[in-house]
Write a protein that binds this ligand. Structure first.
Ligand code: HEC
Length: 176
């Protein structure tokens, strides 16, 4: 599935070369290294172990309402709408849109210094949280005129709730 063997081999190789394994993958230096090797899973060695089902349930329950009632598997299905433009894993590459890992708690248009954001999103002053993502996904261009995210939006509020919770869970969001 999804070139797992290749990813592991790359991670082992990277670790063997001494480039990995000590610092946060989101720091600028490591990010540049991950981009240079263009390996979406290149920072696997620094990622925390995948959460167990029980840990995922506990994390979901700690989300603010209504996201704590989300159907994560529907959220994952909905994220199929985003995959052509976005990676979500730690150290994932920027594609048409920026990698989304670690986006919550960051100012809009600031999560990926390597990515060429539009002037519109760079000028925005809000910080990503679950309700902001929800509003953005309802109507990206209405929410932020001038954005270069050409995506029509997700109209169904329950689908959006599920999608926002899935993105939160996969990008390392922790409720305060
Ligand atoms: C056709 C490509 C495309 C699709 C599909 C798409 N996006 Fe985007 N997305 C972009 C682009 C391009 C940007 C950069 C916007 C800018 O610079 O104005 C962006 C920006 C974002 C941002 C802001 C990131 C930041 O660092 O501030 C978020 C969050 C986001 N998208 C989430 C999503 C989600 C969730 C979906 C699926 C429902 C989605 N996008 C679908 C292209 C896309």
């Amino acid at each position: 599935m999804r070139r797992l063997g290749l990813t592991i081999a790359a991670a082992v190789l990277a670790a063997g070369l001494g480039g990995c394994g000590k610092s946060d993958a989101n720091k600028a230096g490591e990010g540049a290294a991950a981009t240079a090797s263009s390996q979406p899973g290149g920072s696997a060695a620094t990622e925390p172990a995948a959460l167990s089902e029980d840990e995922k349930k506990a994390l979901l329950a700690s989300f603010p309402a209504p996201y704590n009632a989300a159907d994560i598997s529907n959220g994952e299905t909905q994220f199929g709408l985003c995959r052509s433009c976005h990676t979500i894993n730690a150290g994932g590459t920027n594609m048409t849109g920026p990698n989304l890992h670690g986006v919550f708690g960051k100012k809009a248009g600031a999560n990926n210094p390597d990515y060429k954001y539009s002037d519109a999103i760079k000028a925005a002053t809000f910080t990503w949280d679950l309700p902001h993502l929800d509003q953005w996904l309802a109507d990206p261009k209405g929410f932020l005129p001038g954005t270069k995210m050409t995506f029509a939006g997700v109209k169904d509020a329950n689908d959006r709730r599920d999608l926002v919770a899935y993105v939160a869970m996969e990008t390392g969001y922790k409720p305060k």
